[in-house]
Design a protein around this ligand. Structure first.
Ligand code: PEP
Ligand code: MN
Length: 263
């Protein structure tokens, strides 16, 4: 169960030789979407060199418009695997359909459940039947309790390996894409033993805000970050405005390291 009452010490989730939670700080980075072999390899190499431990990249994309780029699907998954082979980084990518659970269980290191599917209970049950680490993003209008109950759905099926991700919630404020709820990190850590990471990219939708909020997340005690990075953000097929260049990502990681050394 996700509740602290049932488990005092922090859950540590092992992904290869990476440990997530329990005082470790894990940075996941990569493009919003896999767009081509050159793109994903270039970004993977760059974020790996800067110190990211996990490579992200969407192959199946939940887009607001059905006419927007929907992802490279299976081909994107293959390109992610190639990038993993080349860099040695484990991969995290979003699963949208229960029918692909077995494929994802075999191919990826962490299964991402996106904000839009946080209460897709069939999907939660399906990943709960695997033992694969699951990155569960907070729904855009989900309360902390609803989010933890979604984690509970996965755990109730027998999979204890849940990583929570605060990615901003919808409020009346339109300046940012969402409103980053950093207090949720503290709340979740009090209520639950599960690791919680912060995604300042989707939280803000604005590249220039990402570094400072990444530092704030580290300062508040998050277990890690998920950050979008693109080799050519201006021409990204998805979420370019919030994607860091590899140079900005490097600068962000150095800043986070400084914060972690003082807190
Ligand atoms: C993503 O990680 O690219 C994504 C779609 O995130 P979210 O589900 O948080 O919107
Ligand atoms: Mn995105």
């Amino acid at each position: 169960q996700a509740n602290r009452v049932f488990r005092g010490e922090d859950t540590v989730i092992e992904v290869g030789d990476i440990r997530i939670g329990g005082g470790n700080f894990t940075i996941m980075a990569g493009p919003c979407s896999v767009e081509s072999r050159d793109q994903i390899t270039e970004v993977a190499r760059a974020v790996n060199a800067s110190g990211a431990q996990v490579l992200r990249g969407g192959a199946y994309k939940p887009r607001t418009s059905p006419y927007a780029f929907q992802g490279m699907e299976l081909e994107g998954l293959e390109l992610l695997k190639e990038a993993r082979k080349e860099t040695g980084m484990p991969i995290v990518t979003e699963l949208m359909a229960p029918s692909l659970v077995e494929k994802f269980d075999e191919d990826v290191d962490i299964i991402q459940i996106g904000a839009r599917n946080m209460q897709n209970f069939d999907l939660l049950k399906a990943v709960g039947k695997t033992r694969k680490p699951v990155l569960l993003k907070r729904g855009m209008s989900a309360t902390i309790e609803e989010w933890l109950m979604a984690a509970e759905y996965i755990m109730a099926e027998g999979n204890p390996n849940v990583i929570l991700c605060e990615r901003g919630i919808r409020t009346y404020e339109k300046f940012t894409r969402n409103t980053l709820d950093l207090s949720a990190v503290l709340a979740v850590k009090k209520l639950s033993h599960l690791p919680v990471i912060v995604d300042p990219s989707h939280a803000t939708g604005k590249r220039w805000m990402v570094k400072d909020l990444a530092l704030a997340a580290a300062a508040v005690g998050a277990d890690g970050l998920m950050i979008e990075v693109h080799n050519d953000p201006e021409n990204a097929l998805c979420d370019g405005a919030q994607s860091l260049t590899p140079e900005q990502f490097e600068d962000t990681v150095r800043g986070v390291e400084q914060i972690l050394n003082v807190v």
